[in-house]
Design a protein around this ligand. Structure first.
Ligand code: 1GP
Length: 244
C-alpha cells in the first residue's frame, strides 16, 4: 500500500486543509500552540516556509514536531529553507513565471541534498495569479503573476505543468492577498487537469473555503488568517466536513 503523504492527502477525492506556518510571521512562542490546535482542529498537513526567513527553520520544525503528529511539508521560498527535520517538500516550480532559477535552477542546486534527505518530494506546479497587491512571491521571484482576468492562461499553464509530470498544481494569490483566487478560475483549471489542485493566498473565512471547495479545489492553504488568532483554525478546518 502507498503510505506517502501525497497518497494520504489526495486519495479518495476528499477535501484537505493545509495550515501554512511562516516562521518569520508567527512568533516562536505561538508555534507550539498553533501546531497543537492544528492537530485538534483536523488540519491535514502543515506547510512551513515563506518568502524571506531570517532565523533557522529547524527551530520551527522542532517546535511543531514536539506537539503534533501531522505531516510537516516544506514550502520553501528559497534554498535556505530546506531541512531534513520535515517529512516532505513541495518541490515548487514557479511555472507562471519566466525566471529560470525558480523553474529549474534552484532545483539543480538542491537535487543531491534532496536525494539524500529522505524527504518525500512532491513535484508541484506553482502558479501565481494576480491577487491585486504586489505579493512577496512576485517581488522575490522577479516574475509577473498571471492576470486574474485571464483564466485561459492559468488553465494552459496548469495543463502544461501536468503534461510535464508535475503531481500537484498550487494556485497562489500571494500571502495576504486582497483578492483570493476566483472560483471561475478554480473550476476551469479543475475541468482541465487530473492532478490535485490546491489554492492559497488571501483565504480568510469559512465561506471563502466553502466556495473554493465547491468550485473544485482539492485543498486550501491558509496562513495569515491563523497568524492573527490560532483559534480561527477550528472553524476554518471544519468546512471540509461538509464535503464528505
Ligand atoms: C501563501 O498561500 C499561502 O503562500 C497562504 O496565504 O497567508 O494569505 O493565507 P495567506
Amino acid at each position: 500500500m502507498d503510505s506517502t503523504i501525497y497518497h494520504s492527502l489526495f486519495t479518495g477525492n476528499k477535501k484537505i486543509f493545509a495550515l501554512l506556518i511562516d516562521p518569520e510571521k508567527l512568533p516562536a512562542d505561538q508555534v507550539e500552540k498553533t501546531a497543537d490546535a492544528a492537530s485538534q482542529a483536523g488540519v491535514d498537513v502543515i506547510l512551513v516556509g515563506g518568502s524571506l526567513i531570517s532565523h533557522p527553520i529547524d527551530d520551527t520544525l522542532e517546535a511543531i514536531k514536539r506537539v503534533c503528529q501531522l505531516p510537516v511539508v516544506l514550502f520553501p521560498g528559497n534554498l535556505l529553507q530546506l531541512s531534513t527535520r520535515a517529512d516532505g517538500v513541495l518541490l515548487l516550480s514557479l511555472i507562471s513565471g519566466r525566471n529560470s532559477e525558480y523553474l529549474i535552477g534552484n532545483h539543480v542546486l538542491a537535487s543531491q541534498f534532496l536525494k539524500r534527505s529522505g524527504l518525500e518530494i512532491i513535484p508541484t506546479g506553482y502558479i501565481l495569479v494576480d491577487g491585486h497587491a504586489l505579493s512577496s512571491v512576485e517581488y522575490m521571484s522577479n516574475t509577473r503573476p498571471i492576470p486574474s482576468e485571464k483564466p485561459d492562461i492559468v488553465v494552459a499553464t496548469a495543463l502544461a505543468g501536468e503534461q510535464l509530470g508535475l503531481k500537484l498544481i498550487y494556485l497562489e494569490a500571494g500571502s495576504g492577498a486582497s483578492e483570493r483566487i476566483r472560483e471561475n478560475i478554480i473550476t476551469r483549471v479543475r475541468e482541465n487537469i487530473t492532478v490535485p489542485l490546491i489554492v492559497g493566498g488571501g483565504i480568510r473565512t469559512p465561506q471563502d473555503i466553502r466556495l473554493l471547495y465547491r468550485a473544485g479545489a482539492n485543498g486550501v492553504v491558509v496562513g495569515t488568517a491563523v497568524e492573527d488568532d490560532y483559534r480561527a483554525l477550528f472553524s476554518l478546518a471544519a468546512v471540509k466536513k461538509e464535503f464528505k
